[in-house]
Design a protein around this ligand. Sequence first.
Ligand code: 5GP
Ligand code: MG
Ligand code: MG
Length: 193
Amino acid sequence: MVTQRAASLHADIGEVLLTPETIAQRVGELGRELAGDYADKRPLVVGTLKGAVVFMADLVRAIEPVPAGLSLEFIRASSYGAGTVSSGKVALGGTLAAADIAGRHVLLVEDIVDSGRTAVALVDHFKAAGAASVKMASLLSKPARRTCAYKPEYLCFEVEDKFVVGYGLDFDEQYRSLPYVGVLRPELYTGFE
Ligand code: 5GP
Ligand code: MG
Ligand code: MG
């Protein structure tokens, strides 16, 4: 039953770190900052599937006034399997052609920068395709877990080293639609690491 399923999803969250209100306020601020920084840059805003989709939808609507020529694209980036620890390999995929990237000011939109490997792979990919500039806006960052030196130019929140879900972030494809960011109860993923 629908109500029972929703209730059990919320019950899997040990602690809510970021409420919908906290997220909305920070995303609004970042949107205004980006509107200024990209006012005359015809930005190509690229979201990484699937984790950044919820953040991207809110962020792009907060980029106001809308820079002329702003367009949206998506790229697939995967480094995690079903577990909670990165495999170490980053696979990029999607239909974005190098010709569409060349000369554009690319703003990557990410859900979380953890080890930093995905971010570095994305930045390298867009630079190699001839982007005029490549910057990243990330909802979350876990600086304690960085293995590549990388700092997103735009960041909403730093979080401690706990596995988080919600607002686009998943565990085994679940929890993406939760409107907040919360810590998944660790007993739910023991055995996946
Ligand atoms: P990185 O390449 O920086 O190690 O990992 C980036 C990706 O790992 C993120 O885009 C996200 O898919 C996944 N990831 C890292 N930490 C977390 C976390 O705490 N929760 C979730 N759901 N995914 C995470
Ligand atoms: Mg991601
Ligand atoms: Mg994931």
